[in-house]
Design a protein around this ligand. Sequence first.
Ligand code: MG
Length: 183
Amino acid sequence: MRRRAKPILGVDIDNVLAQSDACLRAMFQELYGITLEEQQMTRYDYMTYGVTEEQLVQVFRVFNVRKCRTLKVVPGAKAALVRLARRYEICLVTSRNPESKAGTEYWLHAKGLPYDQLHFNDDKHTLGIPYHAFIEDRHEHAHRLAETGTTVYLLTRPWNAAPLAHPNVRRVHSWGEILDHLL
Ligand SMILES: [Mg+2]
């Protein structure tokens, strides 16, 4: 049997590695004339801000098959992930629809982002993966993971400004700060 050599680091993709929110807001503007500013996004739920369900479905369909190939990388993420991959098994876990699998893999390779596993699952805390730690931007995902005993580094975004409610969730403001904790 192969011995697991490295601890597993769980890493989210959207708004942790990829600047997805900026792309999605630009799509709502371009397709529907809906202007959304990042700072107003105190909930990560576009329908709160006037997007209809039909518009949301349409935008995500285009995002999943096409736009996700074009995203900018979050500043500092690539250099940090390259360093972390030497010490950890990188396990990417995304809430994206599996229809984005080809586009997501294309983007990860195109951007040179190293990883060992890639999972498409919104229930990140139920996969039975023994994460050493997890890097996330969604407040609710962070807390569900924290309840399973995982240490979660919550990368500050306007939509996760609510007070932290579990001792396993630690707020960080940059990838540099994440490296300070994990290297
Ligand atoms: Mg995310």
